[in-house]
Design a protein around this ligand. Structure first.
Ligand code: 4TP
Length: 307
């Protein structure tokens, strides 16, 4: 399922992209008092109404049971994302907020999909975006995203690192209103390479890029050992930490604020936010799933629309 906001003249309208029959069944199963209405994209957006949920119908190919994966429905998931992408690109939508999808089953169906981040970047024709997750007190951006660990070191190139820092710096200024963002850059290796004894990417790539960009006026520090840059005493020293890979930065952020964190894709020509968690199939249909991160993601998209 995918959510998006279409801005009306009065207030934001929240539209859901999903199979309308599945929404109806889930609402009944969970005893939710909600009226569902199919939206007509040719009509102007209208203010949201309490108790009414408008949706764009993207039919599934086969019937859906809560928490049960089906390769046959993978194309319907991608179709929903494509509708969101197209609507954001042609400005019918002001932002897209995504719920988690099961990346494995999409790939099992024969469709290549490493993540929403890469899907939206490809679809928007952008060669580089940055995944950043944020809580109210910590932002972590990543140089590499959904990449096997074996390939990470090769992906830390000067140009990739420079582009990542430029996009992060620009987005912190433009979308988060931080005039002169302070970014702490992690090293790649333990102890940030221990002076070259535990790897040399810090000396050959990371430090030279930091120095070039500091020369251009950016407030960058590092390369920092990743095991100490996140300690509480240092949290006030920066506006964001740049981690070299997914599991260098995100476990810390999720330990600190799981459920309140929002995933934001920087560098797209539109606003995209998302949840901080996966599909949690065992909770599907039970009514016990926690919607907190989704609520934060919608709130973050709204505040970015109005920034
Ligand atoms: N890295 C994300 C996280 O930990 O929350 C997650 O893999 C989602 O990625 P996409 O938004 O690209 O699907």
């Amino acid at each position: 399922m995918c959510l998006q906001l279409a801005q009306s003249a009065y207030q934001d309208e929240l539209l859901v992209i999903a199979d309308g029959d599945v929404l109806q069944q889930r609402a009944e199963m969970l005893g939710l008092n909600v009226r569902l209405e199919q939206a007509d994209l040719e009509q102007p957006a209208r203010p949201s109404e309490a108790g009414l949920l408008r949706y764009i119908h993207t039919p599934t190919a086969v019937s859906v049971s809560a928490g049960v994966l089906s390769v046959d429905n993978a194309a319907a998931v991608i179709n929903g994302l494509q509708i969101a992408l197209d609507g954001c690109l042609d400005r019918r939508f002001s932002a897209v907020v995504t719920a988690p999808v099961h990346k494995g089953i999409i790939n099992d169906s024969g469709l290549n999909f490493s993540g929403h981040t890469e899907f939206f970047a490809d679809g928007a024709g952008v060669d580089k975006v940055v995944m950043m997750l944020a809580t109210s007190s910590l932002r972590v951006a990543l140089v590499t995203t959904h990449l096997p660990l074996r390939q990470v070191a090769d992906a830390i190139t000067e140009s990739n690192l420079r582009r990542t820092i430029e996009i992060t710096h620009h987005s912190l200024q433009q979308q988060f209103g931080i005039e002169s963002p302070k970014i702490a850059v992690c090293g790649l290796n333990p102890h940030a390479g221990e002076g070259g004894h535990l790897g040399d990417e810090e000396q050959t790539i990371i430090t030279p890029v930091i120095e070039q960009l500091v020369e251009r006026g950016m407030q960058l520090t590092g390369p920092w050992p990743a095991d100490t840059i996140f300690v509480k005493e240092k949290l006030g020293d920066y506006d964001a930490v740049l981690a070299m890979y997914h599991d260098q930065g995100l476990p810390v952020l999720k330990h600190q604020g799981f459920g309140q964190a929002v995933n934001i894709t920087l560098g797209l020509p539109f606003i995209r936010t998302s949840v901080d968690h996966g599909t949690a199939l065992v909770l599907a249909g039970t009514g016990r799933a926690n919607a907190s991160s989704l609520i934060h993601a919608i709130g973050m998209a709204q505040s970015m629309i109005h920034a």
